[in-house]
Design a protein around this ligand. Structure first.
Ligand code: NAP
Length: 472
């Protein structure tokens, strides 16, 4: 071992020697897991428990004392106990005076109590400095060391010094403290672990609804209609043909829905002549989940690619090709190459490939690791300009695929048009509206509004009035 490394080790052991003892109330799952991690990081740990008997589960280097004795040994006390048992802390208020109490508790329901658990703790022990932390980290993650998904520790509290002390411990454990401000933020932090993909709810429910609608639509047109009217059993379409019809339809509609709220927002801003007035709630919520809508759309587009790749291996497709070949051989007649069809089919494939390529690029740039490395202008360029380009390519891909059948009566079954014709409605509305919005007579005022200009500046009129009045 070289001299440098022994110096570093000596320094490290000095630092660990200097670490102040941490007290943990409660020898349950979380208390023990945190205790282990603290001891590994060089902190002396003392547990405060109802029973002072040690067990094999408790870290062997830790002491187990009564709550009163343990509290006297440390300036920081982590309360690893459920909120409903906090009342036992009230009689200890005098001993806990001036101590830093770390509330790590969670609830079972969002906004379960009128006040946050941390604020309740502060009311019970008024002389203590309460800090909220660690509630988004699980005991299992602490124990197994798999902290990749939950490395951030949200910290809040009214006492800056106490908060700093807790953040130092968080850092020493190899985690990242995120200062969320005063104890008022505790309720929000307590709600974090109870949220189940809040931004994903609308995109997932919407795609489930659309999937069900288009599945039954295609089932009626492509399976039930041929069975009833042509006596053909095409029920096997349910496995690949129908999913491969639904996936691109959903990908296109959801991608268009990513850009539709932007169009609504532009129209509202132009109509109101200001950007300083709130959008309706539904539009705000829609705007907030655009990334998730786009990612679900990308998932459907990827499925479409996979389904398309297996088409040549399908027995139905092989049967159709071989029977066409045999019938041509029997009739001793080959069909000449139709150049228009060849052009259409190649353009349709090329547009699909390019559309999917840009779609993947959009998905990659929405990853936090990538978006954190580009500036706001670059991000907007990719998400807006490349996004619209993707929408144009994918819409064109669909148009070229079925454009020639649009007006053909034979493509309607029981008056129902082909499903991909329905899928073009939203994208076409978005693209036409966007096209109209880029006309200078609309684009110029919209750009000015977004830079802060107001058509009827209410506030400056009021301030002029106040200035004039005071002048009189
Ligand atoms: P737990 O396994 O049920 O342990 C709770 C501990 O509280 C018990 O072991 C007990 O310790 C003590 N206790 C129980 N009843 C008590 C009473 N009447 N008076 C005084 N002390 C009492 O719970 P946990 O999973 O460790 O969770 C502890 C806290 O951490 C909870 O508030 C939870 O919301 C929070 N949390 C847990 C996790 C997790 O992954 N488990 C993650 C984040 C936050 P003694 O027997 O030593 O007195």
């Amino acid at each position: 071992m070289n001299k440098n490394s022994s110096n570093i080790m000596a320094l490290a052991s000095n630092i660990s020697n200097r670490r102040e003892a941490v007290c943990i109330f409660g020898t349950g799952d979380f208390g023990r897991a945190l205790g282990h991690k603290l001891i590994q990081s060089g902190y002396p740990v003392v547990f405060g428990s109802r029973s002072t008997q040690t067990s094999s589960l408790i870290p062997k280097d830790a002491e187990v004392l009564s709550h009163t004795e343990a509290a006297q040994k440390a300036a920081i006390i982590i309360i690893a106990i459920q909120r409903q048992h906090y009342s036992f802390l009230a009689p200890l208020a005098e001993i806990l005076r001036g101590k830093v109490l770390v509330d790590i508790s969670n609830n079972v329901k969002i906004n379960q109590y009128p006040e946050s658990n941390a604020e309740y703790l502060a009311q019970l022990v008024p002389g203590a400095k309460v800090v909220k932390a660690f509630n988004t980290v699980s005991a299992w993650a602490l124990q197994s060391g798999t902290l990749d998904a939950s490395r951030q520790v949200f910290v809040c509290g009214d006492d800056m010094e106490a908060k700093q002390m807790v953040m130092d411990i968080v850092r020493a454990l190899g985690l990242t403290p995120v200062d969320q401000g005063s104890l008022l933020a505790a309720q929000e932090i307590e709600n974090y672990p109870l949220q189940l993909f809040p931004m994903w709810k609308f995109p997932i429910l919407l795609s489930l609804g659309l999937t069900a609608f288009f599945f039954f639509y295609c089932l009626i047109r492509d399976v039930i209609y041929p069975y009833v009217c042509e006596n053909k059993d095409l029920s096997f379409f349910i496995a690949i043909s129908i999913p491969n019809r639904i996936c691109p339809i959903l990908a296109l509609i959801l991608l268009a829905l990513v850009y539709l709220p932007g169009v609504f927002a532009a129209i509202i801003q132009l109509y109101r002549g200001t950007k300083y007035s709130r959008f309706p709630d539904w539009l705000d919520k829609w705007m907030l989940c655009r990334k998730q809508l786009g990612l679900v759309a990308l998932a459907f587009a990827s499925l479409h690619v996979l389904y398309t790749l297996v088409i040549p291996t399908r027995s139905f497709v092989r049967w159709r090709i071989s029977s066409q070949t045999v019938s041509q051989a029997l009739n001793n007649k080959t069909e000449p190459l139709n150049t228009t069809n060849a052009w259409l089919s190649d353009s349709y494939l090329a547009l699909g490939i390019l559309g999917f390529f840009f779609f993947v690029l959009l998905g990659i740039t929405s990853l936090p690791s990538v978006s954190n490395n580009v500036n706001w202008r670059e991000f907007r360029f990719v998400q807006s300009k490349l996004g619209y380009l993707t929408l144009v390519l994918c819409t064109a891909h669909t148009l070229v695929y079925g454009g020639k059948w649009f007006l053909s009566p034979s493509s309607y079954r029981w008056y129902l048009p082909n499903a991909y014709m329905l899928s073009l409605v939203v994208p076409c509305i978005v693209l036409v509206a966007k096209f109209v919005l880029i006309f200078p007579c609309l684009d110029k005022p919209l750009t000015r509004i977004r830079q802060g200009w107001e058509r009827n500046p209410r506030y400056s009129e009021q301030s002029n009035y106040v200035i004039n009045k005071s002048a009189v």
